[in-house]
Design a protein around this ligand. Structure first.
Ligand SMILES: [Zn+2]
Length: 337
């Protein structure tokens, strides 16, 4: 019995020695390593600080009434295209009694708004299947009252649309951002402070078949597109187009023979006597004055209001109308969905 007691005593002595720094093993103690751990992610809760963070990133913000979704400015029109200055931000957010809205479409920001977690989870599963998991998990995201907001940046302005209960907030829209509080009392919560990831088209992150269902075409040319098999091959037509070099040219020409650029517009007006040049309302933005020009000779079109960095041919136009990549557009135009 006394021997056990002695052993205990020795252990205590060792511990004590370690604590006062005379033990050579002190380096293995966890305490000194603590400062090496990465700092845990801390969201910014101050609303003015958050507003400055957004404008510092080149995004436009507006004040929203607290626990509300309505803007608290006479008109938010100017902020669709310009960033408020710091004085204005201080006046809006200095008291901390507002929600904050981030303008979508500004610098081609697009936000996928999943109205419930089941849809979001299904989407994550889809992106994983597509090998896009990294892209989708490493972009700025916000937990909303019932679902999620996922932020991306496109190379062109995307009009706002809705597919299968996913609101895609684009040009001239806004989303509430943290630390805003939803009318129900639930706060918007940042999931990270990551940069907004660039994508080349919506079909980078959403199923093309889902997007193609939303077609802003006149009813007579709406889906379903004719189901055809232009290539006599056991291969998938796109596979052929993608891998056969010369064949891809012929596939593109087949599409261009089948669809005319004017098929995608109604109420066009001639702007040249020979009928080559037409003008119509742009389907890519909320257009009140016709600003989409059409060149029937070259089968190209473009928007004077800036929707089209480059003129669009019939494939590019179909892709843009549906948020598809050109590759997805070709596939759908060839075969239908
Ligand atoms: Zn336009």
């Amino acid at each position: 019995m006394p021997e056990v007691g002695q052993e205990k005593q020795d252990k205590m002595n060792n511990t004590e020695q370690g604590m006062i720094g005379t033990n050579v093993d002190q380096g293995t103690s966890p305490a000194p390593k603590r400062h090496l751990r990465p700092k845990p992610y801390k969201p910014l809760f101050d609303i003015l600080q958050t507003a400055l963070w957004w404008t510092g990133k080149g995004q436009s913000v507006i004040p929203i009434r607290y626990k509300d979704k309505r803007p608290d400015v006479y008109t938010w029109e100017p902020y669709k295209t310009t960033i408020a200055n710091d004085l204005q931000l201080a006046a809006w957010f200095g008291k901390g009694d507002h929600n904050i809205g981030v303008i979508t479409g500004f610098r081609n920001l697009v936000v996928l708004d999943f109205d419930n977690m089941a849809k979001y989870t299904r989407w994550l599963f889809y992106t994983k299947e597509q090998g896009k998991e990294w892209l989708c998990k490493n972009t700025y995201q916000v937990k909303t009252s019932r679902g999620m907001h996922v932020y991306f940046r496109l190379p062109y302005p995307q009009r706002t649309l809705s597919v299968e209960g996913i609101d895609i907030k684009g040009r001239y829209g806004y989303v509430l951002a943290p630390p805003s509080v939803h009318p129900s009392g639930v706060p918007y919560i940042e999931q990270n402070r990551l940069a907004v990831q660039p994508i080349t088209s919506l079909s980078d992150v959403l199923p093309p078949s889902l997007l193609a269902r939303d077609v802003s075409l006149p009813p007579e040319i709406r889906m379903p597109l004719p189901l055809v098999n232009p290539i006599k091959s056991t291969l998938d037509p796109w596979e052929t187009a993608d891998n056969a070099g010369e064949a891809s040219e012929s596939v593109i020409n087949k599409i261009k023979r089948r669809y005319k650029i004017t098929d995608f517009f109604i109420n066009t007006e001639k702007t040249s006597t020979d009928g080559r040049w037409l003008i119509t309302r742009c389907p890519l933005h909320d257009d009140h004055d016709p600003s989409m020009w059409i060149d029937t000779a070259q089968q190209l079109c473009g928007c004077y209001a800036g929707c089209t960095p480059k003129p669009l041919d019939v494939i590019n136009l179909y892709a843009r109308l549906n948020g598809l990549s050109n590759k997805d557009a070709i596939q759908i135009m060839l075969r239908g969905k």
